[in-house]
Design a protein around this ligand. Structure first.
Ligand code: LR7
Ligand code: MN
Length: 584
C-alpha cells in the first residue's frame, strides 16, 4: 500500500499541474474579458477542480482525503491576521518587564486571541493535496520549562483547532520542573476543558528539554510522536502532510517549515517565501544553518510543495514514529539540557537506515526569542557554553569518522579538552544497528553543505592573540559582525578572544573571520565556500602580516585602536603572540 500511495500522489501531481495550467488560461481569458483586477472565476474554477479531482481520486482509490478546512472568516482584534500588536503606552513598562522574564512579550500575547487567524503561508498547491484517510494517530508532545501561560496555551489551542481530530490522539504536556505559579493549578484547571485530550505530566526534577522529550515519547499513546516548542502556532492543515510520509515509510522523520513569530509584537511572518525550499545543515563548529535546496534536487521534483529530503533540522518541531524513535534509543541520555540533540537524532536516523523529510505544506509558527530566559539549573555545574559544546562533542565522537572529527576540533579547539562522559553505549548502539559511516552521510545526504562550509585546513596557531606592548588580547568586544575589532584584558576563557590562524591564512574567531582595510581590523562574515584568508604570522618577529595589503596588524599607541601599518618588526605595538588557553 505504501507503493500504491506514491503512485497516487504522482498521478495527483500530474493532474494538478495540468489543472493549474488550465486555470491560468481561464483566469487570463476572464481577466481580459472583464478587466477586473480580481478574478473570482479562478476561484470558482478551483472549486470545479476540487470535485473533479475527487472523482478522479475515488476512481483510483477510496482511501485518500483532502483535509483542507474552510477558510476562516476574517476577524478584527489584536494580532488578527498575524499582524503586529502594540501595547498602549500605560502597558509598555509591564510589557518590557515580561520580555526580560520570558524572552517574550507576554502582555502582548495575553491581549491576542488564543485562536487568532494567521496568514496561510503555504504554497498554493498545498490545498489540493490529498492524503490517506487512515493516517497514523499522533501524540503532540510539548515540553516546557517556565514558559508563559498564554503562549503555551495558544500552542495547544491551535493544535486542537487545526488538526483533524481522528489523527490527534492527544496533546501531551511535559513540565520540566517549572516553578511559576501560573503553571501549577491554573494550568490543570485550564486544560480540563479538553476532557483528557490534553494530558499533563510533570518531571520530579529538572531534566532539560532533551531528556524531557524522551520522557514524553515514553509516556505518549499515539503511533507517531510530534514535538513542538511551547510557543508555537500551527498553521492551516499542518498535520496530515507530516503524517503522510511516515505512513508511507515508518523510518521517515518529518519536519514542518517554521515561520517566525516576533517575540515582541507577535507579528506572524514566513522566514521563507512559499515557493523557496530550504533545508537544515551545519557548519563545522556545529552551529545549525539552513541552505536552499540544491538546484539539481529541485529540478527533479515535480512540485514545489512536495516533501524533500534534508540532512538535519532545527530541533524543536518534528514528527517520528514512536516505536522507531524508541528503537533508536530516543535521544542519547548523556546529552544535557539544550543543544546538539537535533544533530544526534539526524545522524542516527540517516546513518542507520532512515531518512528526514521537510514538508513545505506543513507550516508552524515559532516565537524566536532574543535570549534564553532560563538557566540550566543543577544539571550544569559548568556554564551554558561548555555544556552545549560537550553535547556537540558527544555527538561528533559518536557519529563522525576521524577525518570529520578533526574539522570540529579545528573550528572549536577547546572542545578537545572537555569531558564528554561515557559514550560506549552510543557506540554499541551504532554497531548493533549496523549504521553507515559519516562519509556516506556527507557524500549522499549533506553533500551540498560543503559548497558553503568546505573541509577545514588545520590551524597553524590558535589561542589568545597577545600584544607585546600592552599585554592586551585581540577581542571581538562582544560585537556581532561586521564590526571593528578591539583589544581587552586577556581573560583566558577563549570565547571572544579565541583566535585561530589556519594554513590558508584565514584568521577565525568562532564562526567569523578577521580582515582589515583602511578603517581598521574587522570582524567579518567569512566568505561562504572559502577557507582561505590574507594573514601570515611570522614566528620569528611575531608580526601578523596582511599579505594582500602588505601591512602589519598594529595597535595605535595613542588611542589603543587596531590598524594596519607599515611593518616595523622592532615595534612592540606590532608584536603579537598566540598564547595557549588553558581550559577551565
Ligand atoms: O531545560 C529546559 N527544559 C525544557 O523543557 C529548557 C527548555 N525546555 C523547553 C522550552 O520550554 C521549550 O518549550 O524546551 C523547548 C525548547 O526550548 P527553547 O524554546 O528555549 O529552544 P530554542 O527555540 O531556543 O532552540 C532550538 O534548539 C533547541 C536545542 O536543544 C531545541 O531543539 C529547540 O526545540 C529548538 N527550537 C526550534 O527548533 C524552533 C525553531 C528555532 C530555530 C532554529
Ligand atoms: Mn523555542
Amino acid at each position: 500500500s505504501a507503493f500504491r500511495m506514491r503512485i497516487l500522489q504522482i498521478r495527483r501531481g500530474r493532474f494538478l499541474k495540468l489543472f493549474l495550467g488550465v486555470v491560468g488560461v481561464v483566469a487570463i481569458l476572464f481577466l481580459l474579458a472583464s478587466h477586473s483586477p480580481h478574478a473570482p472565476a479562478s476561484i470558482r474554477s478551483a472549486g470545479a477542480f476540487m470535485s473533479k479531482a475527487k472523482q478522479e481520486v475515488v476512481y483510483v482509490a477510496d482511501k485518500l482525503g483532502n483535509f483542507e478546512p474552510p477558510e476562516p472568516p476574517p476577524r478584527n482584534g489584536p494580532g488578527e491576521g498575524g499582524k503586529a500588536h502594540h501595547l498602549l503606552p500605560n502597558k509598555q513598562n509591564e510589557g518590557s518587564q515580561s520580555v526580560s522574564e520570558y524572552g517574550i512579550n507576554m502582555v502582548v500575547s495575553d491581549e491576542i486571541a488564543m485562536d487568532r487567524v494567521i496568514p496561510d503561508t503555504r504554497h498554493r498547491e498545498c490545498k489540493h493535496w490529498e492524503y490517506p484517510e487512515d493516517l497514523p494517530t499522533a501524540s503532540v508532545i510539548i515540553v516546557f520549562h517556565n514558559e508563559g501561560f498564554s503562549t503555551l496555551m495558544r500552542t495547544v489551542h491551535t493544535v486542537i483547532d487545526r488538526s483533524p481530530p481522528q489523527f490527534l490522539k492527544e496533546v501531551l504536556l511535559v513540565d520540566d520542573f517549572s516553578d511559576k505559579a501560573s503553571l501549577k493549578e491554573p494550568l490543570e484547571d485550564y486544560i480540563a476543558r479538553w476532557n483528557g485530550k490534553v494530558r499533563l505530566v510533570r518531571n520530579k526534577e529538572r531534566s532539560g528539554l532533551i531528556r524531557t522529550r524522551t520522557t514524553g515519547a515514553e509516556e505518549a499513546r499515539g503511533e507517531v510522536v510530534l514535538f513542538l516548542d511551547a510557543h508555537c502556532e500551527v498553521n492551516k492543515n499542518w498535520l496530515p502532510p507530516l503524517l503522510a510520509p511516515i505512513y508511507r515509510d515508518k523510518h521517515t522523520m518529518t519536519v514542518p517549515v517554521i515561520d517566525g513569530i516576533d517575540h515582541d509584537s507577535f507579528e506572524y511572518r514566513p522566514v521563507y517565501g512559499a515557493a523557496s525550499n530550504f533545508r537544515g545543515i551545519f557548519e563545522w563548529g556545529m552551529l545549525y544553518k539552513e541552505t536552499e535546496l540544491p538546484p539539481e534536487i529541485e529540478r527533479q521534483r515535480e512540485h514545489k510543495s512536495e516533501p524533500y529530503k534534508a540532512p538535519t533540522h532545527a530541533g524543536g518541531l518534528f514528527a517520528i514514529n514512536r516505536e522507531y524513535f524508541l528503537s533508536l534509543g530516543a535521544y542519547d541520555p548523556g546529552l544535557l539540557v539544550w543543544g546538539g540533540e537535533n544533530f544526534e537524532l539526524s545522524f542516527k536516523i540517516w546513518q542507520c537506515g532512515g531518512s528526514i523529510e521537510w514538508v513545505p505544506c506543513s507550516r508552524v509558527g515559532h516565537v524566536y526569542r532574543g535570549f534564553m530566559p532560563y538557566n540550566f539549573g543543577k544539571l550544569a555545574e559548568k556554564k551554558k557554553g561548555p555544556l552545549i559544546t560537550i553535547n556537540y562533542k558527544r555527538v561528533i565522537e559518536t557519529w563522525f569518522d576521524d577525518k570529520y572529527k578533526e574539522y570540529f576540533y579545528t573550528r572549536e579547539p577547546l572542545a578537545r579538552y572537555l569531558d564528554m562522559g561515557d559514550i560506549s553505549h552510543q557506540l554499541e548502539l551504532k554497531e548493533r544497528l549496523g549504521c553507515k559511516s559519516f562519509k556516506w552521510f556527507m557524500d549522499n545526504v549533506a553533500y551540498d553543505m560543503l559548497r558553503k562550509y568546505p573541509e577545514l585546513p588545520p590551524n597553524l596557531h590558535w589561542g589568545e592573540l597577545w600584544n607585546a606592548a600592552t599585554s592586551q588580547c585581540l577581542d571581538t568586544l562582544g560585537h556581532a559582525a561586521p564590526s571593528l575589532m578591539g583589544v581587552a584584558h586577556c581573560h583566558g576563557f577563549g570565547n571572544n578572544q579565541l583566535v585561530r590562524l589556519n594554513s590558508e591564512g584565514q584568521l577565525g574567531i568562532g564562526e567569523r573571520c578577521v580582515d582589515a582595510d583602511g578603517q581598521g581590523i574587522k570582524l567579518i562574515f567569512c566568505r561562504l565556500g572559502t577557507v582561505d584568508g590574507p594573514w601570515q604570522y611570522d614566528e620569528q618577529n611575531h608580526v601578523l602580516l596582511h599579505k594582500r595589503l602588505g601591512k602589519c596588524a598594529a595597535l595605535h599607541p595613542q588611542n589603543n585602536q587596531l590598524a594596519l601599518l607599515p611593518c616595523d618588526p622592532v615595534n612592540n605595538y606590532q608584536k603579537w603572540q598566540f598564547k595557549q588557553i588553558v581550559p577551565k
